[in-house]
Design a binder for this molecule. Structure first.
Ligand SMILES: C[S@@+](CC[C@H](N)C(=O)[O-])C[C@H]1O[C@@H](n2cnc3c(N)ncnc32)[C@H](O)[C@@H]1O
Length: 252
């Protein structure tokens, strides 16, 4: 079945498509303390919640890029409802192909939950940094290992251990390339349970409301698989954090 449709159904009950709580995202948006009219790029912007919140606080100029047609439709609806006069643009495209008009042009560049676009956390930080002004901010949302992943978990996820670092390694990766980590936000187990189990609820509701959808068998199968992996291994092993880095004012 269409992958973007599956992701849309799974995230139906969520505006933030990562395990960070609403309260913590609010805290982050306030702490960023951007200048009015600051320019922000959000790679893999999901339903546009981060950009719309930043517009509400700072009237930013924002660009959101996402490959999912469902997400971009949600972004445009949200813009019409909550930010009709905003300078927010949403682009439906593979973010790997996104090129800004000029290099080092954004006050803030972010990518939360899609670093694979740039082959992982290090690549994402490099790409975001190349699009951020000197002295600007980079916001990266990235999984981390809470403990050593067992082989069965890695096999089920079709991941290798090297795909992610530890909490500390995710900070060091940025600092080793000259960025300064100035803040981190960690998701608790409760935040994770909220994120994962709302997927189960959304899928259950979708199948009840759409009993004739020929994709239902596949939707349930995928949802059951994600659920089992989370309950067996992910809940104890995988963390999630948002890291805020400051790019140096100059390369000297
Ligand atoms: C885990 S979600 C995070 C969404 C958003 N950043 C948030 O935190 O609410 C991952 C997002 O990446 C998007 N995505 C996946 N592959 C992409 C690609 N190649 N280019 C752009 N967006 C992509 C998905 O559509 C989805 O919205």
């Amino acid at each position: 079945m269409d992958f973007w449709k599956l992701m849309d159904i799974v995230h139906k009950k969520q505006e933030i498509m990562n395990p960070m709580s609403d309260e913590k995202l609010k805290r982050l948006c306030r702490l960023l303390d951007l200048k009015q009219g600051a320019s922000v790029l959000d790679i893999a912007c999901g339903k546009g919640e981060f950009l719309v919140r930043l517009h509400e606080l700072y009237k930013i100029q924002g660009i959101g890029v996402d490959k999912s047609p469902y997400c971009i439709k949600d972004c445009l609806k949200k813009k019409a409802e909550r930010a009709p006069d905003s300078d927010l643009t949403f682009l439906e495209m593979d973010a790997a192909d996104y090129q800004p008009n000029s290099v080092e042009s954004f006050d803030l560049a972010s990518c939360m939950g899609a670093s694979w676009i740039y082959d992982g956390h290090e690549g994402a930080l490099k790409a975001l940094s190349s699009m951020t002004k000197p002295g600007g901010l980079i916001v990266a949302g990235e999984p981390y290992w809470r403990k050593e992943p067992v082989d069965e978990y890695l096999a089920a996820e079709e991941e290798s251990k090297d795909t992610f670092g530890t909490y500390m390694e995710n900070v060091e990766t940025g600092e080793d390339m000259g960025l300064r980590c100035i803040y981190t936000l960690d998701s608790t187990l409760d935040d994770w349970d909220q994120y994962e189990s709302l997927h189960w609820w959304a899928v259950n509701e979708y199948i009840r409301d759409n009993p004739d959808d020929p994709d239902n068998h596949e939707i349930r199968k995928q949802c059951d698989r994600f659920k089992e992996i989370y309950l067996k291994w992910g809940r104890d092993t995988m963390g999630w954090a948002i890291y805020v880095f400051r790019k140096p004012e100059s390369s000297n």
